[in-house]
Write a protein that binds this ligand. Sequence first.
Ligand SMILES: [Zn+2]
Length: 142
Amino acid sequence: MTRKELDAFKQKLLNEKSVLLQGISPQMSGSPKTGDPEGGDVCDIASSDRERDLRLRLSERGREKLREIEDALERIEEGSFGDCEKCGAKIPKGRLKVMPFTTTCVACKSRQEKQRKLYDGASDFALSRDLGVSEMSKEEEE
Ligand SMILES: [Zn+2]
Protein backbone atom coordinates (compact mmCIF):
# COMPACT_ATOMS: atom_id res chain seq x y z
CA MET A 1 0.00 0.00 0.00
CA THR A 2 1.35 3.43 -0.86
CA ARG A 3 1.87 6.23 1.61
CA LYS A 4 -0.81 8.18 -0.17
CA GLU A 5 -3.35 5.41 0.26
CA LEU A 6 -2.45 5.10 3.92
CA ASP A 7 -2.93 8.82 4.35
CA ALA A 8 -6.36 8.56 2.78
CA PHE A 9 -7.32 5.82 5.25
CA LYS A 10 -5.89 7.82 8.09
CA GLN A 11 -7.92 10.84 7.07
CA LYS A 12 -11.04 8.73 6.87
CA LEU A 13 -10.43 7.25 10.29
CA LEU A 14 -9.75 10.63 11.84
CA ASN A 15 -12.92 11.88 10.27
CA GLU A 16 -14.94 8.98 11.67
CA LYS A 17 -13.40 9.62 15.03
CA SER A 18 -14.44 13.24 15.11
CA VAL A 19 -17.92 12.38 13.89
CA LEU A 20 -18.15 9.84 16.66
CA LEU A 21 -16.98 12.28 19.31
CA GLN A 22 -18.98 15.24 18.10
CA GLY A 23 -22.07 13.19 17.46
CA ILE A 24 -22.56 12.65 21.14
CA SER A 25 -21.90 16.21 22.16
CA PRO A 26 -23.34 18.69 19.67
CA GLN A 27 -23.42 21.49 22.22
CA MET A 28 -19.64 21.59 22.21
CA SER A 29 -19.21 21.94 18.49
CA GLY A 30 -19.44 25.68 18.46
CA SER A 31 -22.86 26.94 19.50
CA PRO A 32 -22.37 29.81 21.97
CA LYS A 33 -25.34 28.92 24.14
CA THR A 34 -25.30 30.07 27.73
CA GLY A 35 -25.72 27.55 30.50
CA ASP A 36 -22.50 25.76 29.75
CA PRO A 37 -20.74 25.44 33.12
CA GLU A 38 -17.38 25.89 31.41
CA GLY A 39 -18.44 29.22 29.95
CA GLY A 40 -16.11 30.73 27.39
CA ASP A 41 -13.20 28.58 28.44
CA VAL A 42 -14.30 25.72 26.25
CA CYS A 43 -12.37 27.01 23.27
CA ASP A 44 -9.19 27.36 25.30
CA ILE A 45 -9.14 23.82 26.56
CA ALA A 46 -6.51 21.73 24.87
CA SER A 47 -8.04 19.38 22.37
CA SER A 48 -6.80 16.35 24.29
CA ASP A 49 -8.67 17.47 27.40
CA ARG A 50 -11.76 18.09 25.38
CA GLU A 51 -11.41 14.75 23.73
CA ARG A 52 -11.10 13.02 27.07
CA ASP A 53 -14.23 14.76 28.24
CA LEU A 54 -16.11 13.76 25.11
CA ARG A 55 -14.87 10.25 25.45
CA LEU A 56 -16.38 9.95 28.90
CA ARG A 57 -19.80 10.68 27.48
CA LEU A 58 -19.66 7.96 24.90
CA SER A 59 -21.79 4.89 25.20
CA GLU A 60 -20.05 1.58 25.63
CA ARG A 61 -20.66 0.85 21.99
CA GLY A 62 -19.28 4.19 20.94
CA ARG A 63 -16.20 3.63 23.04
CA GLU A 64 -15.71 0.25 21.43
CA LYS A 65 -15.88 1.83 18.00
CA LEU A 66 -13.51 4.57 19.05
CA ARG A 67 -11.06 1.94 20.21
CA GLU A 68 -11.26 0.19 16.85
CA ILE A 69 -10.61 3.44 15.05
CA GLU A 70 -7.66 4.26 17.27
CA ASP A 71 -6.25 0.77 16.87
CA ALA A 72 -6.43 1.21 13.13
CA LEU A 73 -4.66 4.56 13.36
CA GLU A 74 -1.99 2.91 15.44
CA ARG A 75 -1.57 0.18 12.85
CA ILE A 76 -1.14 2.83 10.19
CA GLU A 77 1.70 4.33 12.23
CA GLU A 78 3.24 0.92 12.85
CA GLY A 79 2.98 -0.05 9.22
CA SER A 80 0.86 -3.12 9.89
CA PHE A 81 -2.36 -1.55 8.65
CA GLY A 82 -4.10 -3.76 6.12
CA ASP A 83 -2.60 -7.00 7.39
CA CYS A 84 -4.91 -9.64 8.79
CA GLU A 85 -4.08 -10.05 12.48
CA LYS A 86 -5.02 -13.73 12.32
CA CYS A 87 -3.26 -15.06 9.26
CA GLY A 88 -1.12 -12.12 8.15
CA ALA A 89 -2.68 -11.94 4.71
CA LYS A 90 -3.27 -8.59 3.05
CA ILE A 91 -6.81 -7.41 3.57
CA PRO A 92 -8.31 -6.35 0.23
CA LYS A 93 -8.44 -2.58 -0.19
CA GLY A 94 -12.10 -2.73 -1.10
CA ARG A 95 -12.82 -4.20 2.31
CA LEU A 96 -10.67 -1.62 4.03
CA LYS A 97 -12.48 1.16 2.25
CA VAL A 98 -15.78 -0.02 3.68
CA MET A 99 -14.36 -0.86 7.10
CA PRO A 100 -10.98 0.79 7.59
CA PHE A 101 -10.86 -0.40 11.19
CA THR A 102 -11.21 -4.08 10.37
CA THR A 103 -8.38 -6.26 11.62
CA THR A 104 -9.05 -9.53 9.82
CA CYS A 105 -9.51 -10.74 6.27
CA VAL A 106 -12.87 -12.05 5.14
CA ALA A 107 -11.92 -15.69 5.64
CA CYS A 108 -10.75 -15.16 9.21
CA LYS A 109 -13.71 -12.95 10.00
CA SER A 110 -16.22 -15.53 8.91
CA ARG A 111 -14.34 -18.23 10.78
CA GLN A 112 -14.39 -16.00 13.85
CA GLU A 113 -18.12 -15.41 13.53
CA LYS A 114 -18.81 -19.07 13.10
CA GLN A 115 -16.91 -19.77 16.27
CA ARG A 116 -18.75 -17.08 18.13
CA LYS A 117 -22.07 -18.52 17.03
CA LEU A 118 -21.04 -21.94 18.25
CA TYR A 119 -19.96 -20.41 21.52
CA ASP A 120 -23.20 -18.45 21.91
CA GLY A 121 -25.23 -21.55 21.23
CA ALA A 122 -23.34 -23.49 23.85
CA SER A 123 -23.11 -20.76 26.45
CA ASP A 124 -26.63 -21.16 27.80
CA PHE A 125 -25.98 -24.74 28.54
CA ALA A 126 -22.48 -24.11 29.83
CA LEU A 127 -23.64 -21.27 32.03
CA SER A 128 -26.36 -23.24 33.74
CA ARG A 129 -23.92 -26.03 34.30
CA ASP A 130 -20.78 -24.11 35.28
CA LEU A 131 -22.17 -21.17 37.15
CA GLY A 132 -20.28 -20.81 40.39
CA VAL A 133 -17.75 -23.45 39.49
CA SER A 134 -14.23 -22.16 39.90
CA GLU A 135 -12.64 -24.28 37.23
CA MET A 136 -13.44 -21.78 34.52
CA SER A 137 -11.61 -18.91 36.20
CA LYS A 138 -8.67 -21.17 36.91
CA GLU A 139 -8.30 -21.72 33.20
CA GLU A 140 -8.40 -18.04 32.47
CA GLU A 141 -5.58 -17.25 34.84
CA GLU A 142 -3.11 -19.33 32.97
ZN1 LIG B 1 -6.88 -13.75 7.75
